[in-house]
Ligand binder design. Sequence first.
Ligand SMILES: [Zn+2]
Length: 499
Amino acid sequence: MKKRILSIFGCLLITVLVFAGCGSASAFDEAVKSGSNYEITATLDYENKTLSASETVSYKNNSPNDLNELKFHLYPNAFRSDASVFRAVSETQSSRAYPNGFSEGNITVSSVSVQNSEVNFEIAGDDKNILVVPLPSILRSGGSVEVDINFEIVIPNCNHRFGYGENTLNLGNWYPIVCVFEDGEFVTDGYSPNGDPFYSDVSNYVVTLNYPANLTLASTGEVISTETSNNITTVTMTARAVRDFAMVLSEKFEVVTEQVGETTISYFYYDDPNFEAHLQTAVDALNTFNTLFGAYPYTTLNVAKANFLQGGMEYPNLVYISDDVDIDSEYNNVIIHEIAHQWWYGVVGNNECESAWIDEGLADYSTALFYDENPSYNRTSDQVFGSALSSYLLFCDVYREVYDDFDTSMNRNIHKFNTETEYVYLTYVKGVLMFDSISEMIGQDKMIKVLQDFYSENAFQNSKPADLVESFENVTHKKLASYIMSWLDGSVVFEELRG
Ligand SMILES: [Zn+2]
């Protein structure tokens, strides 16, 4: 996600052809082979803003453990009226999220079968955010199991990842998705209004959606068939080795496309006289990051203007750009940031609840590098880093006044940040300052080599902070772990950077 830092007092804000830098074609093929498979058929009732769907998940147990149950996130329940612990929208965001007043969103699971036999599932967790599916027999390590889930969702009138506004209907995090299993348990962190609270494994998808023919659809993956009859369009899409599947629909969308290597970039827009320039920004971003970090391994990249309260949002092969961003240079900045997430979050995953500084810090740092590679945007990385430093120091000064024991650690769970402001400054802004500081020490050429190493070594995996430290140490042959830790735990002496 790209947050806009308005003021520190306010809302503070399937085919791989080229695989030059990202491991090799075999890393992608391996990810496809070892990933779980989702097959979803859904029908959108556009008038009532509901959707009914059936989902078949062929889950592969890639963990060393034997499992007796599976757990799925039910993110739409963060939009329930009675959600309290894991709600999607905070009080301060409410008026921007719900311009027409609060509107209910939710998901109801009606039946679950395992290997074609219906089972008694449980809706668990705070705010009904987890679906627990008991397995009739133990799923051994290396084995797989087929789970069928029938569900209905109510889409809220909400300018959010999941919701509809005046111009678009956004289907992000809309279906039951298996929680990551690691260290002997499922990771079940719930929604947070402060940032992107998501964590998932790379999987393969076949999604069929029925929807009114007057809508245009932007999605993850690529369209393999389209059919229209009786004013209903049926589209089937596939996506391989992606960690989520999202869609945006609009009656107003116009589309322009351009080819970059094997990737077709499409810009879905409305009310945008600068549409050609914005498509070009996406093209420039894809070209730049392909060259800097390693090839984007997918054949589609869709950029969709959308009703969204926070700058932008990244999904695999699909990014939202908020129609609320009215300064052109900032609109471009959001496009670049969200496309950078295709490398950091998309191909290389991380637990966004535990270490958002990895994907947000790297997306912002990559955006700064973009400006040096593309001088026509009239911004330099030095300007980005300079303004990040001054706004961070001001934030610290203000927060020290407010909180006696102001915590500047970055490496903590999203639910442990007091405010959205604190989260934004300590993941995005301090993240970009950390990467710049290390780059100053080791040189920018080495820094880019580190990111290439991190990308190729962790492609299609869920990376940990230690994996990034390892890439730094592999490339530089310097012991940087304690220096990086001092940034993460908040003990770095920032005063040295004033000046
Ligand atoms: Zn972001």
